[in-house]
Design a protein around this ligand. Structure first.
Ligand SMILES: NC(=O)C1=CN([C@@H]2O[C@H](COP(=O)(O)OP(=O)(O)OC[C@H]3O[C@@H](n4cnc5c(N)ncnc54)[C@H](O)[C@@H]3O)[C@@H](O)[C@H]2O)C=CC1
Ligand SMILES: O=C(O)CCC(=O)C(=O)O
Length: 529
């Protein structure tokens, strides 16, 4: 099978070699598609790679009938409708590490351009003017740099600013005293940073709660003569408020690499001499472009080959070691979910996943997602996957509970008990991973069994009476159904009982009806794995 991959923004040729050299990947570079052309093209592709130029809207995702993965060769995914991708079961991956240095270096270059008026002076000289008085700058040594967002790039900026002998203060909701000390920066609230800094640089993602994080109120409490740098995302700073603050001489100057609307040809901030700007060049170095292209190419190839993506944006990221431990449980979880879904025809209202034994030592949500995928598969088919399983369950008003009790493994090393509640009542099955032998279903409701979840299974609820097994065997024989294995269990003598048969082929409706017609048989369910 060959996967078709569309590269819709310019990407390092060297960086996408891992995909181009892979015989299973068919890569098409079309880097100047209009939004309409993208809508036309996208149904052909299994994977899409973009930088920040292409906007992957809900409409694009709705047209992308085959799309499995979107790769963002860079950090910010604000040009991709992540919710729409999740709803459609499309994984979004990014390349969060490859351009950190370049973006930090660009922020420093912008900061220094700003402090020494380099772009303005350069422009003036190009106009054949030798003006030395107009471009008096500000020394950085001893000035305070306020960093809003001390993540990967913010931290690298802090190290570089310290190299310039600046004092650094940072605000980040995840910044602890210990971490600030380790990096060698002061820390405080956003207000502390805004009030005390001579230069302020933002390095947060653009999210609902960071849109206009720096606004008119923020400028009001800043020092007069403050300098502002934004090499993160347009929209984190309210551009109107920044314009007004510069005109009012509250802000001495701003260095901007990013804008609320890009390309920002007509942005009025560009008319101000106090503003230095670049057209979103933070990651535009040979090294960064190669790094992010390599990272995203590897992740796409890995994912399309059936492995787990390393940098998913809409799935929990799992380390290789953790994944190694969890992966064997995926098959068990999916089969158990599938099995249980065949025990009722009613809508699922509630799903409870109880983990016991060794597995409780791990973060089990990835296993739960797969179990839920298994449960919903009967009605949603291939539309449901681990990306959208939780979303689809929520859309269907299904409540999910996940519990871990190490000691409840009932003698097994590990046990996953799955329970669903419907209008009809509760249904439950439990499974274990037998060392070296793979997944086993070990409970169906109150009954004990030992069944490999594969092939064709017939589950019969009946009354515990002499002769039932014989009648059932006879009937299946008449219908030319060969029984491969059989398990029976009962609640008590003469009470409720089950038979779990492995048969050699799918049971047709007439055989099921004939079984159901036997007076001792209460219910017949078939499960085809
Ligand atoms: N100009 C360019 O070409 C480039 C821009 N970027 C942008 O730079 C930004 C930072 O990227 P990274 O450092 O890699 O991301 P990151 O995820 O490592 O760091 C972001 C930090 O912002 C913090 N944060 C979130 N909300 C906050 C808030 N309300 N106030 C303060 N801090 C908050 C987070 O806790 C996190 O530590 C992103 O917006 C990214 O898209 C990244 C690369 C190149
Ligand atoms: O792709 C680019 O050049 C922009 C990089 C960027 O903004 C990011 O990685 O967030």
């Amino acid at each position: 099978m060959t996967f078709r991959i569309l590269v819709a923004d310019p990407l390092s040729e060297e960086g996408i070699k891992p995909l181009k050299c892979n015989p299973k990947m068919d890569v098409t570079m079309q880097t100047s598609l209009s939004p309409e052309e993208l809508l036309e093209e996208i149904p052909k592709y299994d994977a899409l790679i973009v930088r920040s130029q292409t906007t992957v809207t809900r409409k694009v995702i709705e047209h992308a009938k085959k799309l499995k993965i979107i790769g963002r060769a860079g950090v910010g995914t604000d040009n991709i409708d992540i919710d729409a991708a999740t709803e459609h079961g499309i994984v979004v991956v990014n390349a969060p590490n490859g351009n950190t240095n370049s973006a930090a270096e660009h922020a420093m270059a912008m900061l220094m351009s700003l402090s020494r008026n380099i772009p303005q002076a350069y422009y003036s000289l190009k106009q054949r003017q030798w003006d030395r008085k107009k471009f008096i700058g500000t020394e950085l040594k001893g000035k305070k740099l306020g960093i809003v967002g001390l993540g990967r790039i913010g931290t690298e900026v802090a190290y570089r600013a310290k190299g310039q002998r600046m004092k650094v203060i940072a605000y980040d909701p995840f910044l602890t005293e210990e971490k600030a000390e380790k990096i060698g920066v002061g820390y405080g609230t956003l207000e502390d940073v805004l009030r005390s800094a001579d230069f302020i640089t933002v390095h947060t993602p653009l999210l609902k709660n960071t849109r206009h994080l720096i606004n008119a109120d923020s400028f009001a409490i800043m020092k007069t003569g403050v300098h502002i740098i934004n090499c993160a995302r347009g929209g984190i700073i309210d551009e109107e408020a920044l314009y007004d603050a510069i005109v009012a001489k509250k802000v001495a100057g701003a260095a901007l690499d990013v804008f609320e609307n890009e390309p920002a040809i007509d942005n009025k901030l560009l008319t101000l001499p106090e503003v230095v700007a670049t057209p979103h060049l933070g990651a535009s170095t040979v090294e960064a472009q190669e790094n992010v292209a390599i990272d995203v190419s590897h992740d796409i190839a890995r994912f399309l080959n059936g492995a787990v993506a390393e940098n998913p944006v809409n799935l929990p990221a799992i380390s290789n070691e953790h994944m190694g431990k969890l992966k064997p449980y995926f098959t068990l979880a999916e089969k158990l979910g599938e099995f249980l879904s065949y025990l009722t025809d009613d809508a699922i209202e509630e799903i409870t996943l109880n983990y016991a034994g060794d597995i409780t030592e791990y973060e089990v949500t990835p296993v739960s997602r797969i179990a839920i995928k298994g449960l919903l598969k009967k009605h949603l088919g291939t539309h449901v996957n681990e990306v959208n399983a939780l979303y689809l369950a929520e859309k269907k008003d299904i409540t999910i509970h996940e519990n871990k009790t190490k000691s409840a493994a009932e003698g097994f090393t590990n046990l996953l008990r799955l329970e669903i509640k419907t209008a009809e009542g509760k249904f439950c099955a439990a499974g274990t991973l037998l060392n070296g032998l793979g997944p086993r279903i070990v409970h169906v409701g109150e009954f004990h069994v030992d069944v490999t979840p594969e092939g064709h299974i017939v589950l019969i609820h009946h009354r515990d009476q002499p002769g039932v097994i014989g009648k059932m065997g006879n009937l299946l024989g008449k219908h030319h159904i060969n029984i491969a294995t059989m398990q029976v269990d009962r609640s008590d003598a003469g009470g409720n009982a089950i038979m779990m048969l492995k048969v050699d082929r799918h049971l047709k409706q007439e055989s099921i009806d004939a079984l159901k017609a036997l007076p001792e048989i209460q219910d017949v369910r078939t499960i085809d794995f």
